[in-house]
Design a protein around this ligand. Structure first.
Ligand code: PLP
Length: 351
């Protein structure tokens, strides 16, 4: 229909057209009030009960996709001219901080009081001018299949230094740090523990022992559980899921100390369903929402709400030798880009 013709239409036809236009517009207005697109970066098994609980609590219809931290960071950047997601829930804090610095996410101070959150969660929010917030924390480490280790008469690996020994050739699985926040946490952790030169030498030596770089950070824990890989570098809580499932998995806190993540959440800039994204954000910080993963038996991180029950099986951060992970530095856009490019050039692209 040419707009220039419309003034000459008879009144009855005008009203019919206007009615049709309202009828066509109505469903999209209604759906804009009742929908939310969640980019979920934890394990799919945890994303699903979260979505179901939110839909039940609010009546808002959620469309959810699951991808790894680095993948969603890249997608949100690629979609920034026409954002398709509303809220990015979960995943390691570094890419959330990078997205915040690059203006890909929106500032929001939650209605769920900051006083109810752990200091590390609030620090994360403040350092990003409230463009992100901490939702859980968990320590990095590795796990091994105890049955396979015994069968192969190999010694128990206890330290990061053990993982580069030639006896573990082709026995280790870890994710690619470009797609996986877990693996970027490993990269940044090694740089902080050893200094950059030694860390890259260690990662090059590790490369010789790696049987596969997976896309998702938690996949190596599953490979250890099935015996597909002897050793897997993951967050310790991801290995807990496998151990509780009955697999012969032993979890190691490396002797040199280890890094940790502040799992985060951000609202995507230009979110089409901004009000609903804020509702998710407020809800996801409540003790009730933060209990869902452990109740479903799929997540064993430390929740960021002080009143949320810490799952009994969650690795105790106070008992792990944690480094003072520099989130501001390793979550900065320049540093993350530089380290990932260097990893590609010096480690990932090697035969
Ligand atoms: N799943 C769980 C349970 C996590 O704790 C994390 C990290 O925040 C992720 C998934 C993210 O994993 P990826 O390394 O695939 O980005």
């Amino acid at each position: 229909m040419k707009l220039s013709n419309t003034p000459f239409l008879p009144l009855r036809r005008w009203l019919a057209l206007a009615g049709a236009a309202v009828a066509l517009a109505a469903p999209s207005i209604a759906s804009a009030q009742g929908e939310l697109t969640v980019y979920c970066t934890v394990q799919e098994e945890w994303c699903r009960p979260m979505v179901a609980a939110f839909e039940k609590t609010t009546g808002i219809k959620v469309s959810m996709t699951r991808k790894s931290s680095g993948e969603f960071y890249a997608q949100i950047k690629a979609e920034s001219a026409n954002p398709r997601g509303d809220v990015w829930w979960g995943g390691t804090g570094d890419p959330h901080l990078q997205a915040a610095e690059e203006g890909l996410t929106d500032p929001y101070v939650s209605k769920t009081s900051l006083d109810s959150l752990q200091d590390w969660a609030v620090r994360q929010a403040r350092s990003a001018q409230f463009r992100t917030v901490g939702i859980y924390a968990g320590a990095l480490g590795f796990s091994y299949n105890a049955d396979e280790l015994k069968k192969r008469k190999l010694p128990e690996p206890k330290c990061w230094a053990d993982l580069v020994k030639p006896i573990y050739k082709d026995e280790i699985q870890v994710a690619n740090p470009n797609s996986s926040g877990t693996s970027y946490t490993m990269l940044a952790t090694m740089v902080q523990i050893m200094g950059e030169d030694k860390a890259f030498a260690w990662m090059k030596a590790l490369h010789k022992n790696v049987n596969q770089y997976t896309k998702s950070g938690a996949a190596p824990a599953r490979a250890v559980a099935t015996g597909e890989s002897l050793i897997g570098i993951t967050f310790q809580h991801d290995a807990v899921v496998q151990a509780l499932g009955g697999a012969p998995v032993k979890i190691v806190s490396p002797c040199e100390g280890t890094g940790y993540e502040i799992g985060s959440m951000s609202i995507i800039k230009g979110a089409k369903n901004l009000a609903n994204a804020r509702k998710w954000y407020d809800w996801a910080l409540t003790p009730e929402a933060q209990a869902i993963g452990a109740t479903a038996g799929v997540s064993y991180q430390v929740p960021s709400n002080k009143k949320a029950t810490v799952p009994a099986a969650a690795p105790k951060l106070s008992e792990i030798k944690l480094i003072d992970y520099n989130f501001a530095k390793y979550g900065s856009s320049a540093e993350r880009k530089r380290l990932l490019a260097k990893w590609d050039a010096e480690v990932g692209n090697q035969p």
